[in-house]
Design a protein around this ligand. Structure first.
Ligand code: AGP
Length: 608
């Protein structure tokens, strides 16, 4: 999942392209490149690693062209080298690509059999080679592109320039998002509106199968059947402000610290603070009472928010809730009830597997609700009802504030379902909404204990393997804790339902394995303490996250304890999320990894 940009400008565009790529670096940071046309001649600069490296190259060897394309890469095919960095040039074709050409191998074999020589290992070069072959056969640029698009299988967003064609930029979309930006005598292409926000907020989103021919003053969109189509132009709210870290060392640290505030913002959208009730939207496009069951699907951290929500929907609304990771769900051809409800959860709103799962559910006649943090995203645009999380831009690849805002929105939706289905009494509604209103204060209190949590994390960072245990609605928090530690500190970690331990994972336990136990003082507390006993009996290093007090009798068996304020069990996932995020953050800082842009990851996964 890469970021792509194209500009037909009035003056030199290379710097503007880098400015736009800065807003897309969350999509991949293996390498970056820019190519411009100056009096029709192609100039190209590329660099391995972060965008800054490319900016340094351009500083030394500037490009003056007024038409250009740019790319920031997350490597899928071919190693992280300058040769494999985009833009690719073949003949008079210059191209950047986000996605995966699934039939690239057959096409490559066909091209090589036809005498083509390849210089890179990427799937993208196949597209440039195919277009160049059509050009050599005498086809004009747009016809060459049109005919090549028909041969491509897979996911692609493309931006294409042609040597000698200063007033031509062609884009195509099939899967990953691509937006057109309308300027005054200038035209733009970008993976999203945020990238184009420094230049314009007049945005047209391409649909799947669309390709667009741009000149400085015109736009022509054609669909997969090569019919001329008109797509709506909208005014994007995306802020052009580059988010900064404030006085935090990392975006992740800033985003962890912002949670009390942004959870409050999200709550304000879905509850009435004055009478502590959940807000019933006037235009709910489905009837919760009529539902027999619902499905929640998402990827990664978002799927763990969905898994926690299952406990809320089944407890508060007595609504059987299935949760499945989108990459499996989309191919499982799950039988879904007529008029059922599908909830998809996504921070970016662009995750390919979640988008495909959404489309499957729509095709199966489900009502669709999207819990998203990016209101202009494809998932938001294609869903029947959008419930925004108000986390603000999340820059750190490891999701934190978006996760607790997803939990908040899902908790409110579960309360709404319970209220409409008549399974939630007014007293319980008041109790649970009041607990949610308290959550930001409790979260702030936990953040005050960061010094202690950081010390515990530095201890844990010495381990090779770490286990996380949780029960009930905190089992997903154990999974999330393990994911956070893995993705930013590169320490192997696994989350388990505490009751599962003795069915295998306990074999991993010895004095070198920290076992982080999420143990809220609730009806499952004693069961969790028994699991801790089993770990202690094998010499495991127990880190207990709990609101329980008077633990002296356990003290000898505890390696460390992290206190969480006592609160209503309904909100415990929101609270226990904070210490597991901080453990991962401080372990990663201790390990010296790139916390905000961990290796091999990207913030938005727009390919399968
Ligand atoms: C979480 O820290 C990861 N960045 C990743 O698991 C993420 O949650 C997943 O890719 C889903 O992304 P989305 O919420 O944007 O759909």
């Amino acid at each position: 999942m890469c970021g792509i940009v194209g500009i037909l400008g009035k003056g030199p565009v290379a710097e503007n392209i880098v400015e736009a790529l800065r807003r897309l670096e969350y999509r991949g940071y293996d390498s970056a490149g820019v190519a411009t046309l100056e009096n029709g001649a192609i100039g190209r600069r590329r660099a391995v690693g972060k965008l800054k490296n490319l900016a340094d190259v351009l500083q030394r060897e500037p490009l003056k062209g007024s038409s250009g394309i740019g790319h920031t890469r997350w490597a899928t095919h071919g190693g992280v080298t300058e040769t494999n960095a985009h833009p690719h040039i073949v003949g008079d074709v210059v191209i950047v690509h986000n996605g995966i050409i699934e039939n690239f191998r057959q096409l490559k074999d066909e091209l090589i059999a036809g005498g083509a020589t390849f210089t890179t290992q990427t799937d993208t070069e196949v597209v440039a080679q195919l277009i160049a072959r059509e050009r050599k056969a005498g086809k004009p640029p747009r016809e060459a592109v049109r005919d090549v698009l028909k041969r491509l299988h897979g996911a692609f967003a493309l931006a294409i320039l042609f040597k000698g064609e200063n007033d031509l930029l062609i884009g195509a979309r099939n899967g990953p998002p691509l937006a057109v930006g309308h300027g005054n005598g200038e035209m733009f292409l970008g993976s999203d509106a945020i990238a184009l926000s420094p230049f314009t907020n007049r945005i047209t989103y391409l649909e799947d199968g669309d390709w667009v021919v741009l000149t400085h003053n015109s736009i022509e969109i054609r669909d997969a059947e090569d019919r001329h189509v008109v797509r709506p132009m909208s005014f994007s709210q995306a802020s052009s402000m580059l988010v900064d870290k404030g006085n935090h060392r990392h975006f992740m640290a800033k985003e962890i610290a912002e949670q009390p505030e942004v959870v409050g913002h999200t709550l304000a959208e879905y509850i009435n603070f004055n009478d502590r009730t959940v807000r019933v939207p006037a235009n709910l496009p489905f009837d919760f009472k009529a539902l027999d069951r619902m499905i929640i699907t998402a990827c990664g951290t978002a799927s763990y928010a969905g898994l926690a929500a299952k406990y809320w929907f089944e407890k508060v609304a007595r609504l059987p809730t299935e949760v499945d990771i989108a990459s499996e769900f989309r191919y499982r051809e799950a039988p879904l009830p007529k008029n059922g409800l599908a909830v998809v959860v996504s921070q970016s709103g662009e995750t390919a597997d979640t988008l495909a799962a959404l489309r499957y559910c729509k095709a199966q006649g489900q009502h669709t609700v999207a819990i998203v943090n990016v209101p202009e995203s494809t998932i938001a645009r294609e869903s029947e009802l959008v419930l925004r999380t108000y986390a603000g831009p999340e820059i750190g690849v490891a999701s934190t504030k978006a996760f607790t805002c997803q939990l908040t929105a899902l908790a409110c939706l579960a309360l709404l379902a319970g209220k409409v289905r008549g399974t939630l009494s007014a007293d319980k509604e008041h109790e649970y909404v009041s607990a949610l209103v308290e959550a930001p204060r409790h979260m702030a209190e936990i953040l005050k204990d960061e010094k202690h949590i950081a010390a515990v994390a530095r201890e844990i960072a010495h381990a090779k393997d770490v286990l996380y245990l949780g029960r009930g609605i905190n089992y997903p928090i154990a999974l999330e804790g393990a994911l956070k530690l893995k993705e930013i500190s590169y320490i192997h970690a696994e989350g388990y339902a505490a009751g599962e331990l003795k069915h295998g994972p306990i074999a991993l336990v010895d004095e070198n394995v920290p076992v982080i136990v999420i143990a809220p003082r609730n009806e499952l507390y004693e069961k969790t303490v028994s699991n801790m006993e089993e770990v202690a009996a094998r010499g495991g290093k127990i880190v207990m996250l709990t609101d329980a007090t008077g633990l002296e009798e356990n003290a000898s068996r505890l390696f460390q304890r992290i206190r969480v304020p006592h609160a209503n069990a309904f909100i415990s996932p929101l609270l226990f999320a904070i210490p597991v995020q901080l453990i991962a953050y401080h372990a990663a800082v201790f390990m010296g990894t790139d916390v905000d842009q961990p290796r091999n990851l990207a913030k938005s996964v727009t390919v399968e």
